[in-house]
Write a protein that binds this ligand. Structure first.
Ligand SMILES: Nc1nc2c(c(=O)[nH]1)N[C@H]1C(S)=C(S)[C@@H](COP(=O)(O)OP(=O)(O)OC[C@H]3O[C@@H](n4cnc5c(=O)[nH]c(N)nc54)[C@H](O)[C@@H]3O)O[C@H]1N2
Ligand SMILES: Nc1nc2c(c(=O)[nH]1)N[C@H]1C(S)=C(S)[C@@H](COP(=O)(O)OP(=O)(O)OC[C@H]3O[C@@H](n4cnc5c(=O)[nH]c(N)nc54)[C@H](O)[C@@H]3O)O[C@H]1N2
Ligand SMILES: [Mo]
Length: 818
């Protein structure tokens, strides 16, 4: 079994870093960009300086982002859906929405199935035993022609807008104050500022990161923001969007290339174990249009998939053998990180590969992780550093109190280079693939990751060749045409992702004209074919390395429009587009909503502009094609249909460890009813009686996770583990600034220095005072910094119901002077 590097936040920016400067209102909520994204944060400063943008920060802590904000609002951790639900209610009940946009570009007018219901905290179709939903009623009512029914008057009680109004009417300003602890006047002031961007020529941008994703309802928080932005008409606009500020420098590339157990490159998906029929697999993913005249982008799925199979298995992939579909693994369940450790603990996973990943430090409930790692037969760690994970078996006193003589796991460490020691591309949050060049020789025996992986692959293949095995075909036949098989060059890999022609390709409009010759690099994914004449390792990256050369290495920053869409700087997926859904920046007639920030427009014959149009280039506005071409109905979804695990509308559920022991909206359903919890972890959830304080974990500018404690300078800047509490809690507990404190949850304890600070304030929630304890996450027992306790000794083993991102941001602890 192999592990996969983690990706704790998902999605990408719909817009991009530079575009933040175009916003009128910037909301940093569920993130702390000034500290975690200090370089990108300069665009917030630009927007304030040159665009008079208003900057709002909503965070349980008064952060360095908050310090430069025009408005800061405190919020209890884990309650952002209530806050945003309150904003939605405000916008709808005050008529502060971009009416024309909402009507034309969202599913507001579409009629929902009669069976759909929401009652007492549950949506229709709930199966309590399985903790899952039968989602069949979360659907549109279809007409005899198979298209969804619409009510252009928006009066139908089951049109999406009516249901939405009804759903969010419970999220009153009083309810927001009661659940979030945010002062009502402050909340209303923020609603008013956001409402000011419902006009066509003003935009809000939302910047978020882990303060939203690391919750058992993380994905639904992000959806709630998307609903706000659709109502305000801010998706597709310059200075708008919902923007995930991502983590590691190439974590975006990791998700794009499909390094999650259920994904293939370019967000194609692996078949599950019941999907053994290729045509059925394709049919399920090649969606049927839900409204007339829609583009329905995923009708291209077969082209992307066949080209991927050709890239992997070359001539072996033929039409007759379904392009080697049978060689793809078929999933029984998804192997997210928490499941991997659960399986290790059960003794069902015997080997583990950890590449650029330090799970002992990064995953919740250290005790459970140690138990899992100790039961492995072997653990392979590919990393430039000696990490906590690779040294999990070492005794480090109070910081890692294990008995090495009882641990039999064989640990193999393979030293790798880091990014600066090789060529390659990094994909940033704004979807830009930027090439970089090797800056130094690697020290000692360190080898590039590609060389290490190639070595493992070639050795395995040799073993299969000699000894056979249960199913050698996919490994024996994998295309491996690199010039030096033991060391594929970054450029070779980049070209493979871009894709090439496997036969001469002719112009679809003029079959006599050859546009690409056999062997040439593709210009982009529009040239992909489902007949085996193209190969492409990742359709989203197609266009990044063409016959013209390495597009990722381009460094022309000219910006004729002044909007920052620098089309000749690097390559932006998809198709070098800088702002996704940019068709929605124009009204249905093709005229930009905002004449001062024109992104694309219809020139009478085609779509043109200062960005690559996110639309069929020759589809005239009169044809009625809608802007959200990735959806089979062509519009943005206020009602998500069956896409989410816990409901088609975001609903507030408390964290699994809640300081108020109830859900004021529906006391019978307190926490996410569709979140997965492993059997033994239920009893590990703490209750507020023993653990009264809401804890959250976060990063500091001076450290990068668990690696910079290996460097002396960073360790001098932030030398020692600390936790942050308010003066009020400190005085209740008799703690003074600088005292050692013990912080414990139902899973263990840490000790650290107390920082007593007004940056954290007590909040009044549901009739009681809720205190927060803030816990930076950077310490551990390896490196040159003073040793510390891993923060994840404390955190609970439960994650978001859709992505399984752990609930690192809200859990319960107790605290006392040590
Ligand atoms: N210096 C530095 N920069 C980094 C990293 C690093 O380790 N060091 N790591 C990188 C990585 S991998 C990532 S993923 C990003 C993460 O980037 P961020 O998510 O911005 O970083 P965090 O510090 O984890 O958390 C952000 C904020 O969320 C707040 N918060 C906690 N709970 C809630 C909540 O329920 N609601 C709201 N509204 N806010 C909440 C916290 O108080 C914190 O201020 O940073 C990247 N950048
Ligand atoms: N409580 C709590 N826990 C958290 C979080 C939180 O907010 N709170 N945040 C979570 C998040 S968002 C993240 S991203 C994770 C981070 O968790 P990890 O990604 O496990 O943490 P890092 O320390 O960044 O580990 C990356 C490792 O990659 C190595 N490395 C660097 N370059 C290379 C390379 O080129 N090749 C190889 N093979 N290795 C390389 C580094 O030396 C380092 O050991 O932590 C998660 N855990
Ligand atoms: Mo991250």
């Amino acid at each position: 079994m192999a592990s996969l590097a983690p990706t704790f936040g998902r999605g990408a920016m719909t817009n991009h870093w530079v575009d933040i400067k175009n916003a009128n209102v910037i909301v940093v909520m569920g993130g702390n960009a000034a500290e975690a994204h200090p370089c990108g944060f300069k665009w917030v400063t630009e927007a304030k300086a040159h665009n008079h943008a208003q900057f709002i920060v909503i965070d349980p802590r008064f952060t360095r982002s908050a310090a430069v904000a025009d408005l800061y609002a405190p919020i209890r951790t884990g309650t952002d859906i209530t806050f945003l639900g309150g904003v939605i209610n405000y916008l709808l009940s005050h008529g502060k929405i971009q009416h024309q946009y909402v009507k034309a570009y969202t599913n507001a007018t579409l009629i929902v199935n009669e069976g759909y219901k929401f009652e007492d905290g549950l949506f229709s179709g709930y199966d309590e035993a399985g903790r899952t939903y039968d989602k069949s009623s979360w659907s549109y009512e279809l007409g005899p022609d198979g298209y969804a029914l619409v009510d252009e008057t928006l009066q139908h009680p089951r049109c999406v807008l009516s249901l939405m109004k009804q759903h969010y009417s419970r999220y009153t300003p009083e309810m927001v104050h009661n659940i979030c602890g945010t002062p009502k006047e402050l909340f209303l002031k923020i609603c008013d500022i956001l409402a000011g961007t419902s006009v066509p020529n003003r935009t809000t941008t939302f910047l978020y990161a882990l303060g939203w994703t690391q919750h058992s309802v993380g994905s639904q928080i992000i959806r709630a923001a998307a609903l706000v932005q659709l109502l305000l008409g801010n998706i597709g606009m310059a200075g708008g969007g919902v923007n995930a500020l991502r983590g590691h420098s190439n974590i975006q590339g990791l998700t794009d290339l499909g390094l999650l157990s259920n994904l293939l490159p370019g967000y194609l998906t692996l078949p599950n174990e019941k999907e053994t029929d290729y045509q059925a697999y394709l049919a399920k993913r090649t969606l049927k249009p839900l409204r007339p005249n829609q583009f329905n982008y995923w009708s291209n799925y077969p082209k992307f998939h066949v080209s991927l199979m050709k890239s992997w298995w070359g001539d072996m992939a033929t039409k007759e053998n379904n392009w080697c579909f049978d060689w793809l693994p078929k999933l029984d369940v998804e192997y997210d990180i928490m499941r991997q450790f659960e399986l290790m603990g059960q003794g069902k996973m015997h080997g583990y590969f950890c590449q650029g990943f330090n799970p002992l430090a990064a995953i919740p409930n250290k005790a459970k992780l140690i138990k899992g790692l100790s039961q492995l037969k072997y653990l392979v760690v590919i990393d430039p550093l000696a990490t906590e994970t690779s040294c999990f078996w070492e005794n480090h006193g109070e910081y890692n109190d294990v008995d090495p003589s009882k641990i039999q796991t064989e640990v193999i460490r393979l030293p790798s280079t880091c990014f600066a020691e090789e060529d390659g591309s990094l994909t940033n949050s704004g979807r830009w693939l930027q090439w970089h060049w090797k800056g130094a020789e690697p020290p000692g025996d360190a080898k590039p990751d590609a060389e290490i992986m190639a070595g493992i692959f070639l050795t395995l293949r040799e073993l299969y060749r000699k000894e056979g095995g249960a199913f050698p075909d996919p490994i024996l036949n994998l295309s491996w045409g690199y010039r030096q098989p033991h060391s594929p060059a970054p450029v070779e890999l980049a070209k493979e992702y871009n894709g090439k022609a496997l036969a001469d390709l002719s112009d679809p409009k003029d079959p006599t004209k050859v546009i690409l010759m056999k062997g040439q690099q593709l210009d982009g994914f529009a040239q992909l074919k489902d007949d085996g004449t193209t190969a492409c390792g990742c359709w989203l990256f197609s266009g990044s390395y063409t016959e013209k050369g390495n597009m990722m290495a381009r460094r022309d920053n000219s910006d004729p429009s002044g909007l920052g869409n620098t089309l000749n700087w690097a390559f932006s997926w998809p198709a070098n587009r800088r702002i996704m859904y940019n068709r929605a920046s124009c009204n249905p007639e093709g005229i930009p909503w905002d004449p001062n920030r024109r992104v694309i427009w219809w020139d009478g014959a085609k779509w043109t502009g200062v960005d690559v149009p996110d639309f069929k280039i020759d589809s005239a506005p009169a044809e009625g094609m809608n802007p959200f071409i990735m959806q089979p109905e062509g519009v943005g979804r206020l009602f998500a249909l069956d896409k989410m695990a816990e409901g088609p509308f975001p609903e507030h559920y408390e964290p699994f460890e809640t300081p108020i022991d109830t859900n004021p909206l529906h006391p019978k359903v307190i926490s996410n009813p569709a979140a997965r919890v492993f059997k033994d972890d239920w009893e590990m959830f703490g209750k507020s009686k023993q653990y009264p304080y809401a804890a959250t974990t976060y990063r500091l500018t001076e450290h990068f996770h668990f690696w910079t404690k290996h460097t002396r300078l960073a360790s001098i800047m932030q030398p020692e583990q600390f936790v942050e509490i308010s003066p009020e809690l400190a005085s209740e507990k008799g703690v003074k600034a600088g005292d050692q404190v013990k912080v414990w949850s139902s899973r263990g304890f840490i000790k650290a220095v107390a920082v007593v600070t007004k940056r954290i304030r007590p909040l009044q929630v549901n009739g009681k005072t809720v205190h927060h304890v803030g816990i930076p996450l950077h310490w551990g027992f390896k490196g040159v910094a003073k040793s510390g306790y891993l923060a994840n000794i404390l955190t609970p083993f439960v994650g978001d119901a859709n992505s399984q991102t752990p609930e690192f941001k809200s859990f319960l602890v107790n605290i006392e002077k040590a």
